[in-house]
Design a protein around this ligand. Structure first.
Ligand code: ADP
Ligand code: MG
Length: 686
């Protein structure tokens, strides 16, 4: 009975020894053939096809910068087996250019076109770093991978699971949208690699007592420019302030930031700028065929309907500017039964449903109406045939990411952009940014009008009519608050015709436009599709966290914690603490809001709210004035605070996503508090 036990112990010992040997060899190899800082591995000749790899007979090592296959890199057998299992053999350009630098521990600022394989360019170095450090269960969090959206985080987690399947590391997906954050809190410290959205990560940093990132080895920001932009600024700063400075940082995107300020925030150390397509004549994939056409606003729905009817056998991704737009077009078209399954995806949907829709769209031929929540990073399993941008993207970067959902890796794809006549300037901007868009003329003869059908529907269905009104107002508001005034001018849009084209019997009132006509200027804001405050349950790597635990027992005697754990970070900015509710929505502490009488309101809000707040500042000032007048007339306070504007709760819907969940709740709370402050003042005056 005892013999097999000792035999297996012996086997394990041998395995550990072999692993240690392998790690020593990898370390020597990496050091020996380290590419020069700033050198471009792509400029080196590839290794001859049958050249020996690893340690050579003369005691030296083979060159890995310039290699074309994963098998020529100094990576562990476990990672290599994971790659083979997923059929990854040859590297893509961004992988060839960045992996040699990343494997020797350098910070990377990687830019490469959409669909060019950036995920493996950071997943491999993460696995290898932790493997070579012999990272284990009791070492805690060794790597954090941050994604701007939940769906992308889920996808990155899948790639990590697939390539890392043979490693004894644990990983968890920490994203918003689930209420069982308590279960997550219990397990988060057992995880070695966290794949997360910024809000949920910060929530754990703030609320999970034992949460500890002080030993972090690698920080990855996928879609880095998005995570570094204003929408996530406060959250990211708070996260960074709690991470050790001594770490490897990997940043990847198709539209990379080079802002010195951004990079300073991340304390990058001599980062390698890896821009594999910088010299390319185009900034989008070559296999992508892009077209744009002028579509008057009042014909957009006709054009979209006709397009769908003409492509019933395709997989089509349709981008609209706001959640309300998406909901309306989806609900209305669904009732008209075009002959192809329709789906919709936006940030105000429950997380479970979002995941289901996402995977259904991966599998089946259908039309997916979406906000920009699907614009970044997603690699829909079976290729998307068409990307249709019904509403103009806010800028060129957003355009590049949207069309990048098709023509991925080696596949082809097509895209079409609808521009209203007043948005024609966008074409110039795209051309300046090396985006090869072919301008085509719409064939109006083949246009199938849908407006008549919509008005018949809306007459019978008051809910749909309500949705149409909201979609109408939000669309115009989204144009009104766009930053780029050269492209977006709400005053040039045929508002009544647009309303009629949606099937609305009357044009809804637009108070913000009346103000504009009166010559009042309102501050613009960038549409923000952030997705920070939503979450999912932490899952063990390969569902084998139990096994990882058991394995860890063989090590403790020899294992020393890599660094002293820092429980309190004294550098953490004071006075900026964000409070979360059960669902992970950020709630500014009441004290901060109550103090608002002395401070600029906008500085007190979460970054995601701030955009909305900025654009609506003027509205709110007016609103307050109106309420004050009403109050003087002796009307009840409470009723006034709840007064709805004619466009109701649409204010925070300008294409924004999960970040703003709970905005309405907070907004109402703020109203009440502001009013309370005013009441106090009022009493003081008397
Ligand atoms: P990006 O992040 O640059 O937009 P992804 O990392 O999502 O691109 O990869 C795009 C697609 O290319 C994915 O389906 C991925 O599986 C595939 N891919 C990436 N690298 C390779 C490779 N070396 N060999 C084969 N397919 C690859
Ligand atoms: Mg990507």
């Amino acid at each position: 009975m005892r013999k097999p036990k000792s035999k297996s112990r012996e086997l394990r010992k041998q395995r550990r020894f072999a692993e240690q040997e392998e790690i020593s060899l990898l370390n020597e190899w990496i050091e020996f053939q380290k590419p020069d800082s700033g050198s471009n591995p792509l400029s080196l000749p590839p290794l001859p096809s049958n050249a020996p790899v690893g340690r050579l007979s003369d005691g030296t090592f083979s060159r890995y910068a310039g290699s074309t296959k994963f098998s020529e890199l100094p990576i562990s057998k476990k990672t290599m087996d994971g790659l083979k299992k997923s059929d990854y053999v040859s590297m893509t350009e961004i992988q060839r250019a960045s992996l040699p630098h990343a494997l020797c521990g350098r910070d990377i600022l990687g830019a490469a076109k959409t669909g060019s394989g950036k995920t493996l360019a950071f997943v491999i170095p993460v696995l290898e770093k932790l493997h070579r450090e012999r990272w284990g269960h009791e070492d805690g969090v060794g790597c954090v991978i941050i994604s701007p959206t939940r769906e992308l985080a889920g996808q990155l987690f899948d790639v990590l699971k697939a390539v890392g399947r043979y490693h004894n590391l644990s990983a968890g997906l920490l994203i918003g949208g689930r209420k069982d954050v308590d279960t997550e809190k219990e397990r988060v410290n057992e995880l070695n690699i966290l794949v997360c959205t910024p809000g949920r990560l910060l929530q754990h940093m703030d609320e999970t007592l034992s949460f500890d990132c002080s030993q972090l080895q690698v920080l990855v920001l996928d879609e880095a420019d998005r995570i570094l932009d204003v929408g996530f600024k406060k959250t990211l700063n708070a996260i960074i302030s709690q991470l050790p400075k001594h770490r490897q940082t990997l940043l990847f995107s198709a539209t990379q930031t080079k802002s010195v300020q951004d990079l300073a925030r991340l304390s990058l150390k001599d980062p390698e700028y890896v821009g594999v397509h910088e010299k390319s004549t185009t900034s989008t994939p070559d296999r992508l065929q892009q077209t744009a056409m002028i579509v008057p606003l009042e014909q957009k729905l006709d054009m979209l309907w006709s397009f769908i009817k003409a492509h019933l056998n395709s997989k089509i991704l349709v981008f609209l500017s706001s959640c309300k737009q998406v909901k309306f077009v989806f609900e209305a078209f669904k009732k008209l039964r075009p002959g192809i399954p329709l789906k919709c995806l936006h940030g105000k949907m429950k997380q479970g449903k979002r995941m289901v829709i996402y995977s259904q769209f991966c599998e089946k031929r259908s039309v997916l109406f979406s906000t920009d929540v699907a614009s970044r990073g997603l690699d829909f399993n079976k290729a998307v045939d068409w990307v249709v941008q019904v509403d103009c993207p806010e800028d060129v970067a957003s355009y590049i990411h949207r069309v990048g959902r098709t023509a991925r890796y080696a596949s082809v794809g097509r895209s079409v952009l609808f521009l209203t006549p007043s948005e024609i300037k966008m074409l110039e901007k795209l051309q300046e940014a090396k985006v090869p868009v072919q301008f085509i003329k719409a064939n109006n003869k083949r246009l199938q009008p849908v407006s008549g059908l919509l008005s018949a529907l809306l007459v019978k269905d008051s809910d749909l009519q309500d949705l149409a009104k909201k979609a109408f107002v939000t669309y115009l508001r989204s144009i009104h608050i766009q930053k780029d005034k050269e492209v977006f001018d709400v005053m040039k849009l045929p508002i009544d015709e647009f309303s009629a084209s949606m099937g609305l019997p009357m044009t809804p009132k637009l108070r913000f436009l009346n103000q504009k006509i009166k010559g009042k200027k309102m501050s613009g804001m960038q549409l923000d599709n952030a997705d920070k405050d939503i979450a999912n349950l932490a899952t063990g790597f390969q569902g084998r966290s139990g096994r990882t635990k058991r394995k860890a027992r063989y090590w403790p005697a020899t294992r020393v914690l890599k660094k002293k754990k820092l429980k309190i970070n004294i550098h953490r900015p004071v006075g900026t603490r964000v409070v979360f509710d059960e669902e992970g929505n950020t709630l500014p502490p009441l004290a901060r809001v109550a103090d608002a009488k002395n401070v600029d309101n906008s500085s007190l809000l979460d970054q995601d709210e701030r955009g909305v707040e900025a654009s609506d500042k003027e509205d709110k000032a007016q609103d307050r004035q109106r309420r004050r007048e009403k109050r003087i007339k002796g009307m009840k306070w409470k009723k006034q605070t709840m007064d709805k504007e004619e466009d109701g709760d649409d204010e925070d819907d300008s294409g924004s996503e999960g970040e703003r969940m709970g905005d309405r709740k907070r907004k109402r709370q703020r109203y009440i508090l502001i009013v309370t402050v005013m009441m106090a003042r009022h009493r003081g005056q008397r």
